[in-house]
Ligand binder design. Structure first.
Ligand SMILES: [Zn+2]
Length: 373
């Protein structure tokens, strides 16, 4: 079981003296403080600084400006202090039993853009972040297929454009002999893929040319997609879906956990899910602490993550306990899960991860006992 956190270099809520990637080791050490014997850790780096810059119309990898890239390339730094500092980070990561994942950049990324410059810049930036993932010995890399809200472009067209990009990324991956696991992630509607059908349709198409592809299943994104689709349920022909197969009345009539549970009808769910993203969901707020109201914190309030459904206001918040039950029932012994609570201070996120880890262990044991009984 690997339960971990994401670290984003543009996280605004952290203590002012903690800057990523400079203070990566401080994050690493404070995170380890919550480990029990035998716990395994996982960190997902969401590096948002641009990966490319351009000179004379040529795109170059942005080794000097993107400081994340200084970690693998510390040997090329002129400043001896910086060189030593980033060498230390790199050595510690390699020595630790924490596994790393890298998330593609999302700022200024729009592969749907008509502007060929923005399209090209977006793809190059993703390619360079894949190179970073390889240099960091990351075990997985997360790709957003269509990162941009486009309500007017038919979803079939969005799908085709993003498949062309995925084909290019696959060629780049194979040409460079990368070995990390590439994962597509479900996103918030109208980004793509947003529904169970779309995840399965995209996955089946991509694995034909990129057999190593897996799924990062984002639980809050599914929450918000369902909420947004419900809010638009009465608009005529609203969604330009990939095909008529997505059953909107089922998406809209079920509550969140019933919809989540129904997704196991798709062949790739849960079998091809490599990891889960989780975050507290309350109305349209999706990156909080699971089982807490947005104004609560895990030091003063018990997280509702192992309790009956009546503990939740189901019209407004996710039944986290039942959601975790479903995931435990879907998983063999190896659950990988990243808490995305970037609206919350780092200390609260770490405390929450520790509670989620304990709860998942308890739920797994309970299920094993039940199956053996
Ligand atoms: Zn993502």
């Amino acid at each position: 079981m690997y339960i971990g956190m994401c670290l984003c270099d543009l996280n605004k809520v952290d203590e002012p003296h903690l800057h990523l990637p400079y203070n990566f080791l401080d994050y690493l050490n404070s995170y380890k403080a919550y480990f029990e014997d035998g716990d395994k850790g996982m960190i997902e780096i969401q590096a948002e600084s641009p990966y490319v810059f351009e000179t004379d119309g040529n795109f170059l990898s942005n080794i000097t400006k993107n400081k994340w890239l200084w970690i693998p390339y510390y040997e090329t730094l002129f400043d001896a202090n910086l060189r030593d500092h980033f060498k230390e980070i790199y050595d510690q990561i390699r020595k630790s039993d924490i596994i790393l994942g890298i998330h593609q950049p999302i700022r200024d990324i729009n592969i749907l853009s008509d502007d060929s410059y923005w399209h090209e810049r977006s793809v190059r930036s993703i390619e360079e972040s894949m190179r970073f993932a390889n240099d960091m010995n990351a075990i997985y890399f997360i790709i957003h297929m269509v990162q941009y809200d486009n309500w007017n472009m038919p979803r079939q067209q969005q799908f085709e454009t993003s498949i062309d990009v995925l084909k290019r990324l696959s060629t780049f991956y194979h040409k460079n002999s990368f070995s990390f696991v590439p994962c597509i992630e479900n996103l918030e509607f109208p980004k793509l893929p947003a529904t169970g059908f779309e995840i399965s349709f995209c996955y089946d198409t991509i694995r034909k040319f990129w057999p190593k592809i897996k799924i990062c299943f984002d639980l809050p994104h599914l929450w918000n997609s369902q909420r947004i689709i419900k809010n638009h349920a009465h608009t005529p022909q609203p969604f330009h879906m990939i095909s008529g197969f997505d059953n909107f009345s089922e998406i809209c009539s079920r509550d969140y956990t019933a919809y989540l549970y129904s997704l196991k009808e798709f062949e790739c769910i849960p079998g091809e899910i490599f990891l889960y993203h989780i975050g507290g969901c309350y109305d349209n707020m999706t990156h909080g602490i699971p089982g807490l109201k947005p104004w609560e914190n895990p030091f003063d309030n018990a997280m509702n993550i192992d309790c009956p459904s009546r503990c939740y206001d189901l019209s407004r918040e996710m039944d986290v306990s039942k959601t975790l039950d479903i995931i435990v029932s879907w998983s063999d012994s190896c659950i990988r899960m990243i808490l995305e609570a970037d609206q919350k201070p780092n200390a609260e996120a770490q405390r929450a991860i520790s509670d989620i880890r304990k709860t998942l262990k308890a739920k797994t044991k309970r299920l094993e006992r039940k199956l053996n009984a």
